[in-house]
Design a protein around this ligand. Structure first.
Ligand SMILES: Nc1nc2c(ncn2[C@@H]2O[C@H](COP(=O)(O)OP(=O)(O)OP(=O)(O)O)[C@@H](O)[C@H]2O)c(=O)[nH]1
Ligand SMILES: [Mg+2]
Length: 175
């Protein structure tokens, strides 16, 4: 069995923990606490160290999934979790005030992996209002193209295992 490590990053509330909970074969390991700052206005729990879950994609592939904390004050974990990773997925909350700025911020924060190491990368746009999407794919692609011209951008609902599988498979196809 081939074992791969991938990481999920992105802003607070983008859905990293939700994704790992929805997709992991076994009960995930989470480090969520009640927020002590204004994140509490948004949600009851936030990740302070990491999420971990694993999934067997097919008979030869097992994927170990690590979710980073979104809050910048825990950014020391980002580098730790990045070590040895074969792929990176950036999740974006489409309902946030400025999702393009969020995407640009995370692309910059992980520039070492994205530009220097040229690691496989996929962008998942989550929390899209399907009836009335704020932004189309081109809006996000305009940002990814500032960094690399081979970055797939997908609209996903991370609560749906089928969508997460599509996101993860896209990462594998770009290897
Ligand atoms: N409306 C809507 N809500 C969603 C969707 N996906 C996730 N959510 C909700 O959005 C929130 C996402 O929160 P988390 O999964 O904790 O986000 P996170 O990225 O782990 O955030 P931090 O750990 O704080 O960095 C949860 O309350 C989810 O129930 C979606 O597609 N649509
Ligand atoms: Mg989380």
């Amino acid at each position: 069995m081939f074992e791969h490590k991938i990481i999920f990053t992105g802003p607070v509330g983008a859905g990293k923990t939700t994704l790992i909970k929805a997709f992991s074969d076994d009960a995930p390991i989470l480090t969520e606490v009640r927020p002590s700052d204004d994140v509490a206005n948004m949600k009851d729990q936030t990740t302070v160290a990491m999420d971990y879950g694993s999934v067997v994609l097919d008979e030869e592939t097992k994927v170990h999934m690590y979710g980073t904390p979104g809050q910048q004050r825990f950014d020391f974990m980002w580098e730790i979790l990045s070590k040895g990773s074969m792929g990176l997925a950036i999740l974006i909350n489409a309902a946030a005030p400025d999702p393009a700025a969020d995407l640009r911020f995370y692309l910059n924060a992980f520039k070492g992996l994205i530009i220097d190491e040229h690691i496989p990368l996929v962008i998942g746009i989550n929390r899209v209002d399907k009836k009335n999407p704020n932004h189309d794919l081109e809006y996000y692609q305009a940002v990814t193209e500032e960094f690399r011209d081979d970055i797939p951008v997908l609209m996903v609902d991370v609560r749906e295992a089928r969508d997460v599988r599509r996101l993860v498979m896209t990462l594998f196809f770009t290897i």
